[in-house]
Design a binder for this molecule. Structure first.
Ligand code: OFO
Length: 162
């Protein structure tokens, strides 16, 4: 495997754990605001991010490559309101999509078909994550100002399962 592709995948492993941390930070914010449905939704999301990281971990080890296990950066856990918190998630997903595309570019340049095949799952997943985060921002924008609507939205979000 090409050194650049390995390095990017190794860094992405860390970024997926960072994503998990960010979502846990958002979950905590909502838990402390007594919005358990939002908190649970973002906790499920944090678990998904750990699964993404582990996919990369398994892939690198299967290719006889190393995984660095570098420290995970500290995340922002204070938000002005619900809208700012869900927007942070949405922005982050766009950033992650760009990072996945960078790895795909490197794999394409290297003619690394196996890694391209591996990354196709992430490309599709990012589409789903961007759609979910965009919808979340729209819902909070529409309903977030009214306490009753926010309560109903919180109830709806509680039904997400891992
Ligand atoms: Fe790993 O998909 Fe979100 O960040």
């Amino acid at each position: 495997m090409n050194k650049k592709v390995i390095k990017l995948l190794d860094e992405q492993f860390n970024k997926e754990f960072y994503s998990a941390y960010l979502y846990l930070g958002i979950a905590k914010f909502f838990a402390q605001k007594d919005l358990p449905g939002f908190a649970s939704w973002y906790k499920v999301q944090a678990e998904e991010e750990q699964e993404h990281a582990m996919k990369i971990y398994e892939y690198l080890l299967d290719q006889d490559q190393d995984v660095t296990l570098a420290p995970i950066g500290e995340v922002k856990v204070k938000f002005k309101d619900a809208l700012e918190a869900v927007k942070a998630a949405d922005e982050h997903e766009h950033y992650i999509t760009d990072e996945i595309v960078k790895i795909m570019d490197a794999a394409v340049k290297d003619g690394d078909y196996r890694t391209q095949n591996f990354l196709n799952w992430f490309i599709e997943e990012q589409q789903e994550e961007e759609t979910n985060s965009k919808e979340m921002v729209a819902k909070v924008q529409m309903l977030g100002k009214d306490a009753k609507n926010l309560y109903l939205l919180d109830k709806e979000l509680a039904s997400r399962e891992g």
